[in-house]
Design a protein around this ligand. Structure first.
Ligand code: ADP
Length: 539
């Protein structure tokens, strides 16, 4: 063991064995000596080993032969400036061997001064540091990667935080919403129910979670309703909206305006369903009361209107003596106004029966051509009075459909009389009835099954685009026709649509202002009878 004393003191440089020192350096480093121009005078074996040049190749060559050309020029400028002024230069250089291999060397160049105090020769010592450099670069790359992944992580964390905050806000809004909201999985199993859902159904969210949506508080509608609902949201992956009658835990029924929206993933697969319900029981009750009032009032009005009709007809027929021309004109006015009133009262009665569900639907198979014969005849008369042409085309072999024949002719009558009312003189009106092929497209509508397709077209005023969505609403009349036909009630299409819906059919149209309108009606082969209290009146 060396003594403490021995370890403590560094050996003074003068006492070193120079020969040993040189041997060590000679083994470890590339040593070269050049003249003042950089031409090589001496190299050691380590130099030839690394540079791959032989001693003969190197002697007399300029030192520039080692340059890789990859160092910035500034480094060499600085190097020459330093050593030519008699100072030692030290730095890392990237050199190139004879074989083209690059290597890093920690280089020290010491000028050896001549008598004129100017550098006469240069001694350079190069230590190979390629590994160290590569490690340095690697660690720099690693560090850069680490920093960028840390930055990414920070960004992700920020995003997560924001998302969590947003989700929290969303859930807070959902939880406190006045509307019943539930979230289910793709099979309809309840995952979440808000407090309004608890209040509306009477079940706790614990009781609802894990059950199939609606099994606790639903099930009152016909099975075809639920089939249609599931088809819309699961197969078509579309939003469903509709009125549903449900039942609370207490056994009390309620009517809800429901929407169910499928939430899809990137692959267009259903992940969740979000269902909302708004309790409209009270609104429905009020509506029902209003409808009942209209129904009652209309009934009561029929008797005096019949009396006016009856007596004005007697007056016009001269049953109580001849009338003067002026008197006749006035009584005719009374008679016509009364007729309009009867029409309106009948339409209102029809609406109230449809809304109260007290109308009957007597479906039976019938011959279409025979059924509409009289209607078409009446309309031909009206069209010729208005100087319009009516073209009727029925496919030769129309299928027999099972529908209420009176409602069938009511549909044709209403559509044709509208076409005539809303078409100027010289206009053309056409009625076509053809066999409906399941799946074929008619004016952007895909026919859902076999049956018949009715189309009524005209070259009339058309329906303004911005009002087309309201055309089947109760008492709606478009701006462009109100002054042309002042007698309209805006109830005809509403009644037709209700009947067609009840019969599982469809009604739609295409229209262009000042060019004309075509209404289409699809009726299925079979419609089930519904025997209610009263038959709609057919005019
Ligand atoms: P009404 O004809 O008594 O006003 P409807 O319910 O039959 O009531 O029609 C509602 C509205 O639809 C009409 O007022 C009119 O604006 C529009 N409409 C219906 N049929 C046509 C048609 N063939 N051409 C242009 N507009 C029409």
């Amino acid at each position: 063991m060396p003594s403490r004393k021995h370890l403590k003191h560094n050996q003074p440089v003068e006492t070193l064995d120079y020969k040993a020192l040189f041997t060590a350096v000679n083994k470890a480093a590339m040593i070269s000596l050049t003249d003042k121009n950089g031409d090589i005078i001496y190299t050691n074996p380590k130099f030839t080993e690394v540079s791959k040049y032989t001693m003969q190749e190197l002697l007399g060559q300029n030192h520039r032969i080692l340059k890789s050309g990859l160092m910035p020029q500034k480094v060499y400028k600085d190097l020459w400036k330093t050593i030519s002024s008699g100072q030692t230069w030290r730095g890392d250089l990237l050199n190139k061997s004879k074989t083209g291999k690059l290597y890093w060397v920690d280089t020290t160049i010491v000028p050896i001064m001549g008598r004129d105090k100017k550098p006469e020769k240069y001694l350079s010592v190069r230590i190979l540091i390629t590994h160290k450099k590569i490690e340095e670069q690697k660690s720099q790359i690693q560090q850069e990667q680490l920093i960028s992944s840390l930055e990414e992580l920070e960004l992700q964390q920020k995003n997560y935080k924001r998302q969590i905050l947003e989700t929290q806000k969303f859930f807070l809004a959902v939880e406190n919403s006045g509307e019943h909201i539930i979230i289910t999985d793709a099979e309809g199993i309840v995952l979440y129910a808000n407090s309004a859902a608890e209040k509306m159904t009477g079940y706790s969210s614990k009781e609802m979670i894990g059950t199939k949506a609606g099994t606790l508080w639903g099930g009152l509608m016909e099975s075809s309703f639920y089939r249609k609902l599931w088809h819309t949201i699961k197969v078509e992956k579309k939003l469903f909206t509709g009125e549903i009658t449900n039942i609370r835990k207490s056994g009390q029924k309620y009517i809800a305006q429901a929407t169910i929206a499928p939430v899809l993933n990137d692959k267009n697969e259903v992940k969740f369903f979000i269902g909302t319900e708004r309790d409209i029981t009270i609104e429905k009750d009020i509506d029902k009361a209003k409808t009942e009032f209209v129904s009652l009032a209309s009934h009561q009005l029929r008797t005096p209107l019949s009396a006016i009709n009856w007596f004005s007809e007697m007056l016009l027929n001269g049953d109580v003596g001849d009338l003067s021309a002026a008197q006749k004109e006035y009584v005719e006015e009374i008679y016509n106004a009364n007729q309009r009133m009867v029409k309106l009262i009948n339409a209102l009665l029809n609406v109230s029966r449809l809304e109260l569900g007290t109308f009957s639907f007597n479906s039976k198979p019938f011959n279409i051509a025979r059924c509409i014969k009289d209607t078409v005849k009446d309309l031909e008369f009206i069209c010729s009075k208005h100087d319009q042409t009516l073209n009727v085309k029925l496919e030769q072999t129309l299928p027999k459909i099972t529908f209420d024949p009176q409602y069938f002719s009511m549909i044709i009558q209403n559509l044709l009389s509208n076409a005539s009312k809303y078409t100027p003189p010289k206009g053309k009106i056409a009625l076509t009835i053809t066999r409906a092929k399941s799946g074929s497209k008619v004016a952007d509508f895909k026919l859902p099954g076999a049956g018949v397709l009715i189309s009524v077209s005209d070259t009339g005023y058309g329906i303004p685009k911005n009002q087309q969505h309201k055309i089947f609403s109760k008492m709606f009349r478009a701006d462009n026709v109100r002054d042309k036909d002042t007698d309209g009630t805006g109830l005809g299409l509403y009644i037709l649509k209700s009947i067609i819906d009840q019969g599982n059919g469809n009604i739609w149209f295409t229209s262009k202002v000042k060019e004309g309108t075509t209404f289409y009606v699809y009726l299925p082969l079979k419609t089930i009878s519904r025997v209610g209290a009263k038959k709609l009146s057919v005019e």
